[in-house]
Design a protein around this ligand. Structure first.
Ligand SMILES: C[S@@+](CC[C@H](N)C(=O)[O-])C[C@H]1O[C@@H](n2cnc3c(N)ncnc32)[C@H](O)[C@@H]1O
Length: 403
């Protein structure tokens, strides 16, 4: 592979924005890719791959390169030389790359790979937390969370079928395959930007990981029901729920952020999902008005996001232990208060994209032992681990409220 100067320099700029200006990796990459219209698909994937890799392996590469934060441009180039050397890419004779000790890089990589926190490139606190929560399973999970995620589509059954979607994408040279156990999912055989396709613009599919697609199914909604999606955000699961409800009945999408609900409305229009009503949670009244009114409630709770590190590698560096402690408190409060919206005999799903038991089954156990939780029974629960499934880490529990 020949390294192109403008692509490498643009990637270094993106890394500077991520590490020194606190930008999210996906936003920094998106902005960088817009810079030069002449860049083709290969150039774009080079930038995305290199930047994501260096973000993902920041700690390991910095140890190998013997550089400490803050990373000025010279240090960023040293991280880049580690990346290129480990990938077996011949380095050009640019002055920024002079005196790269290639053999030493490989030696240090072998040495540091013996220690998990370096091998998996994670902060000390995260390694300790993972070990404490998952014990022997942590090794395999953190390794799986460092693998680049597949692109999975969810067919919008309000507009088409997986078979038709597969055929339409095939005509665009986008090959897909079904995902076992996830009926409306199609996995891309090769990464591609699917957002430019007419099928996406016409609302035939959404990009949604296979594990995430199991959440709406878990709630067992039926057309004509009143369903509340209590933490709807920009609506990934709400759109899925609307399609399972065949646009019949009422789907009330709540969130504390109005801007996310606006995005949901935009997506719903594209998807042809007409039974969604958004309500901004700007006071406790919004929840009180819905007490005992819903056949089904989905709590897709705010969480650490540790199950989706594959697609957000910079979360390793942005997450803090305090945030996780606070979010657990929020999860408990949400379960306590929002469960009141379920009708007697109705059902509730609590879900997270975390692999930590303290955010998942332990949170549910605590709720079931609380005053409000006493009227619920655990019908079933599912923990999806990335090492076993190959998809994102998720947890979901279905609770039934007594009549
Ligand atoms: C995991 S995300 C939801 C993702 C969304 N359901 C989807 O499928 O695209 C959690 C959401 O909870 C929202 N949230 C945080 N605190 C909340 C609260 N107290 N009440 C309701 N929503 C809350 C966040 O704004 C965020 O959109």
């Amino acid at each position: 592979m020949r390294l192109h100067r403008n692509l490498v320099f643009a990637s270094i700029d993106a890394l500077n924005e991520i590490f020194n200006e606190n930008k999210y990796a996906d936003k920094a990459i998106q902005g960088t890719l817009k810079r030069d219209k002449r860049w083709g698909a290969r150039d774009r994937s080079f930038i995305a791959e290199m930047v994501y890799d260096i973000v993902r392996w920041k700690r390991l590469y910095a140890e190998i390169a013997e550089v400490k934060e803050p990373f000025d441009r010279q240090k960023l180039f040293r991280l880049f030389t580690v990346w290129a050397t480990l990938k077996g890419i011949a380095l050009p004779d640019w002055k920024q790359l002079e005196d790269t000790p290639t053999r030493r890089i490989k030696g240090r990589f072998d040495e540091l790979s013996k220690i998990r926190k370096y091998r998996e490139s994670i902060p000390d606190w995260l390694d300790e937390l993972g070990q404490k929560e998952l014990g022997k399973k942590w090794d395999a999970e953190i390794a799986a969370l460092n693998v680049e995620a597949d692109v999975v589509l969810r067919t919008n059954t309000l507009k088409t079928t997986p078979e038709k979607l597969k055929a339409i994408l095939f005509d665009l040279d986008l090959e897909t395959e079904p995902v076992q156990g996830v009926p409306n999912a199609l996995k891309l055989k090769e990464r591609a930007n699917v957002f430019q396709t007419p099928a996406f613009k016409d609302g035939w599919f959404e990009v949604q990981d296979a594990s995430s697609q199991l959440v709406a199914d878990f709630l067992d909604v039926k057309p004509g029901m009143r369903v509340v999606d209590a933490c709807a955000g920009a609506g990934g699961k709400a759109l899925h729920l609307a399609s399972l409800m065949e646009n019949k009945g009422q789907l009330i999408a709540l969130d504390i952020y109005a801007n996310k609900l606006n995005e949901l409305k935009r997506r719903a229009k594209r998807a042809g999902a007409f039974n969604i009503e958004t309500r901004h949670i700007d006071s406790t009244k919004v929840i009180k008005k819905l007490h005992e009114k819903a056949d089904r409630v989905l709590i897709d709770a705010p969480c650490s996001g540790l199950g989706v590190l594959r697609r957000n590698p910079d979360a390793k560096w942005k997450l803090q232990p305090d945030f996780i402690e606070n979010i657990k408190q929020t999860q408990a409060e949400i379960l306590d208060q929002y469960s009141k919206m379920v009708k007697p005999g109705g059902q509730l799903v609590y879900a997270t994209c975390s692999i930590l038991p303290s955010e998942n089954d332990k949170q549910i156990k605590k709720f079931l032992n609380s005053e409000n939780g006493k009227s619920f029974n655990l019908a079933k629960e599912k923990t999806i681990l990335p090492s076993k499934s190959g998809y994102d880490g998720f947890y979901m529990a279905l609770l039934t409220k007594t009549e």
